[in-house]
Design a protein around this ligand. Sequence first.
Ligand SMILES: [Zn+2]
Ligand SMILES: [Zn+2]
Length: 348
Amino acid sequence: MPTTVHAWAAHAAGSPLVPHQITRRDVGERDVAIEITHCGVCHSDIHQARDEWGGSSFPMVPGHEIVGRVTQVGRAVKRFAPGDLAGVGCLVDSCRTCASCRRNLEQYCEKGAAQTYNGTEMDRKTPTYGGYSRAIVVDEAFTLRIRKGVDPAAAAPLLCAGITTWSPLRHWKAGKGTRVGVVGLGGLGHMAVKLAAALGAEVTMFSTSPAKEADARRLGAHGFVLTRDPANLGKLAGRLDLIINTISAPHDYNAYLATLAVDGVMVLVGAPPSSPPVKAFSLIGGRKTLAGSMIGGLAETQEMLDFCAERGITSDVEIIPIAKINDAYERMLRNDVKYRFVIDLATL
Ligand SMILES: [Zn+2]
Ligand SMILES: [Zn+2]
């Protein structure tokens, strides 16, 4: 039987989130039912609830950094049993047959993967609802294992902020002997610093705020560059192998490209609303690459969760009751969070 589940939803672009009820499907053969205990609050929740990217569908229950406890599994489910901790990230299904899906790159599914919220299931009809809710039913193939003993609240942001930074660090082989720059110390940036440092890279944090230096070093950064003075960037000319750029406000890419060594790569994981101009010579001199990356596939997300469990890596979080979600959005827009809000869904 489908079940009615309490949630919080936005009913129109920009209207505050309010209590709402949704229906979750019956637990099918390959499904895992999860009682959600925690859900991280991602910047993209705000963008979509306010329809800032266009095409949002309402009512919308945001949330794609979901952790909870398995309550029921379908008959064909092999990797989960009731009582296990489980996670759900940005995707709940994909076509599973296209070239991207066959390469475990479900995030780039050629048919368009099913987003955890503000989308539909692969039938293209049934709306999906996210983690600002008490329960979710997800196909086992899109459910992640969270190891016993991991703090579920602090692990929740790994499902989006964690994998979004892990995937490019792994793809471009950050590790011992590599020099990694991280631009912007927010939800994504703080995970990028922790993960790059744990992989053995020498990490340099770029920030506009001198107040962030102590925190950057505590998170694992070896160097700190205050970007307000462009001369500080000049001192790093030709030095870095890889930059993870998390900034979603317009800024000068050329200045950062100049800090790359020969064959260096700058990866964009933040999306400014307008395209900043890139000079061809910023790339030509030094055979440099400007690249982009979007979340990660299911296998890679599991790899990241296991790595974090082994190393004791989690996100720095501030836990809030669901009733504070609208305030939390306002505080995030003021950068007033270190570094991720996580909703305690027992308060719903
Ligand atoms: Zn996200
Ligand atoms: Zn596909």
